[in-house]
Each structure stands twice: as structure tokens, then as C-alpha cells.
Design a protein around this ligand. Sequence first.
Ligand code: ADP
Length: 633
Amino acid sequence: MANLSLKHIYKVYPNGTKAVNDFNMEIEDKEFIVFVGPSGCGKSTTLRMIAGLEDISAGELMIGENVVNDMEPKDRDIAMVFQNYALYPHMTVFENIAFGLRLRKMPKDEINRRVTEAAEILGITEYLGKKPKEMSGGQRQRVSLGRAIVREPKVMLLDEPLSNLDAKLRTQMRSEIAKLHAKLKTTFIYVTHDQIEAMTMGTRIVVMKNGFVQQIDTPKNLYNYPGNKFVAGFIGTPQMNFFEGTLLKKGDKVEINFAYSDAKITVPYSMMYKAKPAYLDGKTTVYIGLRAEAVSVNPATVKASKSVIKVRVSHTEELGNQTLLYGDINMDGDGYTESSTRIIIDADGSLEYKPGDIIDAALDIEKVHLFDRETELSILPRLPEYNYLDCAVKDGTLSFLGTQIKLPAAINCPDGKYDLLIPTDAITLKGGDAEINIVSCENVNGKNLISFELGTRTMFAVVPAPVKCGKGKISIDLKKISLLSDGAAVVSEMPSVVRFEGSLMKEKVKEEVTGGSKTKMKKVIKFFLNIGGYKMLCPDAVADKLITAMGVKKAFTDKLIYECGVYDLQFAEEGVEAEAVRIADYGKEKFTVCKAGEDEFFVYGQHDGGNVKLLPDVEKLSIIQADKNIRMI
Ligand code: ADP
């Protein structure tokens, strides 16, 4: 029983393959986590790093309270089950299960108790005296599970344990492993390339691609709220339909035009509040995603729907409980080849579909997914980063949705009409900038997302604790807002971090060492951080992490980038040299704009100007290996 914490975990193999990049996750005790993704995406490597079978290139791995990066596998209190169950053929099932315990010199009685109990849980008691060759594949995999269970590990790691089994047995073992998890009350981490296996077993799923985590979420949320096109396409069978198209805002409606086709539907603008206005210009191509079940050809549904498109029928696929109708929204398309116009529809099996027929299909607009064509990220994220509003500025006063706010001196904006971007984390539920009506509060991946009405609009905010619906007041942190005119920023969000270049250094220094009654001068190695030309003592723990992450040689030669928050720098007698240029007055908070080299940045507090020295809080630094772009701390 243990929780795990993976922070900025990277794996770079000696041949340079970056197998895992910046893996971050907190796993609660007793969770059933599944790593899923296509072959080569880095899931086994991650599992093997947790097991201790593979070195961690950078990052911090904790099991329970301990950092285990350098801990031997045998000391990590984990057990691993592999795809090839690797049983000893000459040993009985009992001996196979007991083998690891015997190696640990566990007393015989205890071994007997554990093996008997495990065999019972797995339903293989009657096979304990038999040899593996007398057993089926499924039974053998149970023996290998038994071998893991008897260790009573804190964490069970399973690497594609079912992929050698036939389809029927796989389904059966799937539910048995889920049952086992419920019984053992241990943290499980399970690797598979099979999304159905992932969806049916995991309490949370980590979807990976090319060494990068794509999304971590519950099966339901992955299905309903995929964060990008890859996750949308990977989860769910048949695969989600992806079309290309454009979105055009017309008053309180948005027209969705499908490319290479005459198909067009209209949705309320309220559905698109989370989307950047730039997507709604009628020119920017986006991916439109619709699952097979979000399209209906049922005549009654079509009749009642306002979002109907034409489909040219190609063929059907009978799956017994489901009829998949293939077609094309381009009347010249063939419906067979995957394309931007091919459509798969979960159809009514009692109806007849003739190839070549042109039929009406109703789209469930509530279930439309939209993705950016370049980044492939959802343009309607579940946890939006910004509220996009129309606003006006006149004589230093900002007006939007019937609300007026006096802009602070730091925001110098000519009179005019703008697009206003208010980050969802810039809104707090106290103060008196505006009165609102809170409509909902939901937990999205551990964050509290509220939606509220202000004037005629629904807006979003991320708040520290859950709140009740109803009337409330908000204030807006104006240093975080942006004002855009034709897509160009007239006022930008104040940067919240400062970056310095530098490196790690070591030096031999003389230090007084007291032993008994004697005090001697002794040479010791001390580590220093060179931060933007300023040398400061580096805590041993920080140096340790950097050396582990970069290797002993590179740690002292590679360029580093230090990042610290604007509140984590102090004007001091010693520190990074810079020039104080001006004051940015945001009302309650005042910042000094400083310049070091070409770079301008903000520092909390006021300074008269001239040369300054800035002392970073070393405990709060984030450190990146510059050329590899690996965040180590
Ligand atoms: P998955 O388990 O998702 O199929 P892996 O974690 O096994 O993927 O591999 C991730 C990537 O790392 C792949 O590109 C693979 O070729 C590479 N890789 C795995 N093991 C090694 C190794 N020992 N040396 C070099 N590259 C490796």
C-alpha cells in the first residue's frame, strides 16, 4: 500500500532515444493506474523506471515517503508481473510461487500461509502440486500473479500481462485482475497497448504517445473530454470521425462548415465560449470530431434535429449488437478510405442501407469535439485557460458585460474596442469588481472550475476550494489580463516568471572541521550555482539532483536555465546584476521592471532605479538543462 509521486521524470537511453519526457503524476494509494498507448510510446520504460530496472535520467520518483531513484529494485517493495510469465518448468506451482520468498529466507510457515492464500485468491489451489506445463496459458499467468501477490508488495506493476492469451481468456482475466485489485487493496500500475483493456480496468488512465503523456484521466473523462485529437482517436471503437472545417461566428450562433462537402450545421455561440475568438473567423481550419454514436440516421431523430447533413452510403459492418454504417459526406467520396469526409455511423440495425443511397444524418451537436489543426489540442478544453470577451477602454476605464473597472497605471491602453482575455486563474471570489451568479462548480482533475453568469455571458474561473452556486462577487487580477486588437496584443499579461542562464560549478574550499577537541582546516567540495553571472551556494540536495539528472561530467559543463517566480526574487546587497528601468503600478501590487542584457522582466516590489542586485530564493528555483530542454527541478 503506497502512493507514488513522479516529478519531471525523463528517460534518455544511452543511444540518445528520449523514451520518456517530463512525466508528472501523483498516484494515490490503492489506485489502479493504466499506462496505455501505441507500441514504443514509453509506457514500459516508465514502468521499468518505477520498478528500478531502468535508471531514471532526470526527475524524482517517490514511493510512499521515500525518494527511490537510487534504491535497488529489491528494496522498493514492489512486485512485477510480465507478459512472458517465465515460470521455472521443473518446479511445481507451489515452488514457483514460493521461490522469491525462499530466496528471502522467509520462515516455512509464513511461506505456506502466503502461498495457500494467494492460490485461493487466484483459484489455483488444486494445481499447487502440478508443473507449469500441465497448465493452460491463463492458469500460468495466474501463477505468475501469485508469485507477485505473495510478496505483499506496496505496488504491483503489470507489464502487458495478458497479451499472450487468446481473446476470450483475456476478457476473463481482465475482470479477475480487477477483482484481485479490489481484494488486495494495493496500488496497481498496469501497462497495455489495448485501449479496451485500459478503459475496462483503470481507475485512471495515462495515455502516452512518443514519450509524452497526452492525458491522465478517468476512463469516462477520456472518452467524453479528450484533450487532444490523438486521445480522441485512440480511445473508443469505432474510432472517432474526424472532419476538417471552419467555424464562423454570426451573432449568438456559430456556423460549422465541413470542408470538401456541402455539409453545414449551426450551433449556439454559448457552446464555444471556451474557444479563442480567432477560431471563429470562418477561415481557420479546425478538426471536427464526432463519434459514431453522435450521428444518427434514425428517421425520427433526423426529423427532430436541426443539425442534419447528407451522407452517401457506402457499406455496413455488422457487429451483432451494433451496425456500423460507412459513408461519405462528400458525394464523390467512396466511404471506404479514411479521409476528412468519410463517416462511420452507429446505425439502426433494423433498417436497410443501400450502397450509393444519399440519406440524412443528424449530428448531436452537444457531442462535437473541435481540435486545432496544428497543435491538435482541443479548442474547447474542459479546464479553459481564458475567458474571451469583447470590451472597450475609455479614459483608462475598462468596460465589459456591464462592468467597469479602472485600469491601474501599469496598463496604458489607448481608447478603443478590444478582445479581452481574462485567465481563469485571475478571477477570485471576493472583492468588488463585479457581481455574479455562480451556476456550477465541478472538480476537473483536482481543480475547482466554476462557471458563472456576468451580464449576458457565462464565464469560467478556477478557484482554490469548492463553492456553492448562487450570488457572489469577484475581483480580477488585472496584471494577468490581455487586450488584443485584430489578434495583436495591445496589453500583455505580466510575465510571472523570470529566466536566467547559468551553470553548476564545484570548488574545493577550505573549511573548519571540528573533531573532538581539535579544529582543523580541511578542503571540502562545495557546489555553486552560477545564476546570470552571480555565484551562490548550492544546497547539496539541489546539486545531487542535478548531478543525478545530467551525469557527473555534463552537470558541470551543460548550460542551465533557472526559472523563478516574480515574488521569489529580492532586491539585496548581493545577487544577479540588473538595471531597474521603471515601476509597473498595478494598484495594490507594485513591481519593478528590470533589465539584464536584452531581457526585461518584472520583480515584486519597488526600486528607485539604477543598478540593482537580485537574490533568487534557491528553494523555489526551477532548473532546466538548456540544450535538452529537460526540467530537472
Ligand atoms: P512501449 O512500452 O510503449 O512499447 P518502450 O518504453 O518499450 O515503449 O520504448 C520507448 C522507446 O524507447 C522506443 O522508441 C524504444 O525503441 C526505445 N527503447 C526501449 N528500450 C531501449 C533501450 N534499451 N535502448 C534504446 N532505446 C530503447
